[in-house]
Design a protein around this ligand. Structure first.
Ligand code: GLA
Length: 646
């Protein structure tokens, strides 16, 4: 069994034991000058690039519209509308069947059988090939659903049995557990699917004490995923299964045309490591058609800008445009939802019954200017230029050198927002032109302007102006090229900045939504890991990368000749006595090293020739107790002097 190089287990593979690993590595390195050092340069980009997700996937999924009550007519009807309406031509290609398609696992050979009454083209439930052939003939791609465990989410949580697999306990085990090679070969080899969503309830909801296991309906499988508590999740066990799924995907897709969707809802610290195991990775529990829940899901991805890149995107869940707070009576909210997902580089998966979707909603998901932002080749997730509980400004640098900006009013009062050239990292004294991506109106300002933002509205613009760095780019302006291979977090902690909505699955029963998505303290663009303005020895930095010490950032260099940075310990550090050394590597070779610096000492300026270097690695090393709060600043980190073709 050969593992594809891009699917290598990452440094951050075992966060719960990382403290021990890191301490051990540092001790061993100190004593013997030996290897096994997680901060040692590798000269390779370690985030996921296998599969086909150079830009975020776009398409449609059956779940939000139909749940498990699916059939061929509903799915093909939505596929037909995608083509006929022009949405397919705008990029919506994947037609994904979610939970509810499986009838049983045939015994004793273990082959899966499809519900024949719901999918008449499947020759009595034996093959999806005629169905995927139809989609392919329409120019579309086909997606299927499975689970990490023996059983799926609907088997655990649905009230009735009508749409659930039938037969004996073994026959109802339709998940991947114990059948990875067989099922992946069936889905991708025999049936011709192009996409798989792998859900996680089978590793979460079937403990010996769970109601359906107690009644004997399902076999017990000790839970290794716990959404409420990262400490009770077995992260290596979850990663090991995704690694095995990856090996099977490589075998069954020699042409590499597949897409792997991880669905463990932000549990098990996946917001930190999903980027190493699949093309898209869910950052939160399920979205519902409620404004408050949309905020939760948005928040779960919006501060993870450095954890998304071409090939490995954050997934705040499917679009809920068409229902509840995002239906045809709520066009402001529906537009916001769409604009925000586009700025996050989220997958754009329509979740409505397209056969009946009202034209104004079709026009929203069909806005080609906004789709273009999401599909921009540079692959930069927007970063937060302004962040408050009621108003946020997101900026997304584009491959063309232009930018996009979204001004998002989260609340119920209108806001006259100030938008400044500085927030856009554009020159104060040069004109800035905004093109409104809904009305297409243009306005020009110099320095700053006011933008009126109605309750729950998102104003979204393409921006032309003179960049602050005429001859280069700040690293925080290109998060798609920065990968926190080791982000210094060793004790995963719940992220308190995510909105805790009452609109989740359990309503308001129980004790309420508590902070639960770990990832707090992760690497950030233009912010410390804990959300403060970057600042060293009293000097604030509006541009830079913030990360904890004992970290290694991989940076792709696309043809620049110089790298400059001012590195230091952030003023917010609590481990004030600890010294940090900053190292810059180019394709694995040490190019520069700072002296050791402590809290409140001046920044170390480093200027390095990176001509011809493909991958920079920025290492901040300290002897501090791992887990100590030691945020460091790669201030004004920038790549300059591009090689220009003459
Ligand atoms: C989980 C997933 C959803 C959906 C359902 C299907 O809740 O998060 O997106 O796939 O399972 O049962």
């Amino acid at each position: 069994m050969q593992e594809k190089p891009t699917v290598r287990p990452p440094q951050r593979q075992r966060p719960l034991s990382a403290l021990r690993c890191l301490s051990a590595a540092l001790l061993v390195a100190a004593a013997f000058g030996a290897a096994a050092d997680p901060l040692a340069p590798t000269a390779r980009w370690s985030a996921y690039t296998a599969g086909r997700a150079g830009t975020p996937p776009m398409g449609w999924s059956s779940w939000n519209a139909f749940g498990t009550d699916i059939d061929e007519a509903k799915i093909l009807g939505s596929a037909r509308r995608i083509v006929d309406s022009g949405l397919a031509a705008s990029g919506y290609r994947y037609i994904n069947i979610d939970d509810g398609w499986a009838l049983r696992r045939r015994q004793p050979d273990g082959r899966l059988v499809i519900r024949p009454d719901r999918f008449p083209s499947t020759a009595g439930g034996s093959t999806f090939r005629p169905f995927t052939d139809k989609l392919h003939a329409m120019g579309l791609k086909a997606g299927i659903y499975s689970d990490l465990g023996r059983n799926t989410c609907s088997q655990a949580y649905s009230g009735g049995d009508a749409d659930l697999p039938q037969g004996t306990v073994l026959e109802r085990e339709v998940g991947l557990y114990g059948h990875i090679d067989q099922d992946i070969a069936l889905y991708f080899g025999d049936w011709g699917f192009d996409f798989i969503k792998v859900d996680g309830c089978g590793l979460r909801a079937y403990g010996a004490d769970s109601p359906k296991v107690r009644t004997g309906a399902y076999r017990a499988l000790a839970p290794v995923l716990d959404l409420q508590s990262v400490s009770r999740s077995d992260i290596p066990a979850v990663q090991a299964e995704f690694a095995e799924i990856n090996r099977a995907l490589q075998r069954s897709n020699p042409d590499g045309d597949y897409l792997l969707s991880l669905c463990v809802w932000g549990a098990a610290d996946v917001r930190a490591w999903g980027k190493n195991f699949g093309n898209i990775s869910r950052t939160s529990d399920d979205i519902t058609p409620s404004w408050a829940r949309m905020l939760t899901n948005f928040d779960s991805a919006v501060r993870r800008e450095l954890y998304a890149h071409p090939g490995s995107w954050n997934d705040p869940d499917m679009l809920y445009i068409g229902k509840g707070d995002f239906d045809a009576g709520h066009l402001v909210e529906a537009r916001s939802h769409f604009a925000l997902w586009a700025m996050l580089n989220a997958p754009l998966m329509i979740g409505a019954d397209l056969r009946t979707m009202a034209q104004p909603l079709m026009d929203i998901v069909g806005n080609t200017d906004i789709i273009a932002l999401n599909q921009d080749a540079a692959g930069n997730q927007a970063t937060l230029a302004y962040d408050a509980d009621d108003l946020q400004i997101l900026v997304k640098p584009l491959a063309s050198g232009q930018k996009a900006v979204a001004i998002f009013n989260r609340g119920l009062a209108p806001i006259a927002a100030d938008l400044t050239a500085a927030q856009l990292k554009l020159r104060q004294n040069a004109p800035v032109t905004l093109t409104d991506l809904w009305s297409r109106e243009k306005t020009t300002f110099t320095g700053e302007t006011k933008v009126m933002v109605a309750p729950r509205e998102t104003r979204i613009f393409r921006v032309d102006g003179a960049r602050l760095l005429a001859d280069g780019v700040y690293l925080s302006e290109q998060p798609g090229n920065v990968n926190p291979a080791v982000d210094g977090v060793v004790w995963p902690q719940a992220d308190p900045s995510i909105f805790r909505s009452s609109a989740g699955w359990t309503g308001t029963k129980g004790a309420g939504e508590r902070p639960m998505y770990s990832g707090w303290g992760g690497a950030r663009a233009d912010s410390t890991p804990y959300g403060q303005v970057l600042q060293v020895a009293g000097k604030p930095y509006s541009a830079g990368l913030g990360v904890l010490a004992n970290s290694r950032l991989e940076v792709r260099n696309q043809g620049y000749r110089k790298f400059t940075v001012q590195a230091g310990v952030d003023d917010s550090a609590q481990a004030r006595q600890q010294a940090v050394t900053f190292m810059i590597y180019g394709d694995g070779k040490l190019l520069a090293q700072s002296r050791a610096v402590r809290w409140n000492e001046p920044v170390q300026a480093m200027n390095v020739d990176v001509t011809g270097v493909k991958l920079l690695e920025l290492v901040a090393r300290s002897a501090s107790a791992p887990g100590g709060q030691l945020p460091v600043v790669w201030g004004e980190a920038a790549l300059l002097s591009p090689v220009r073709p003459d």
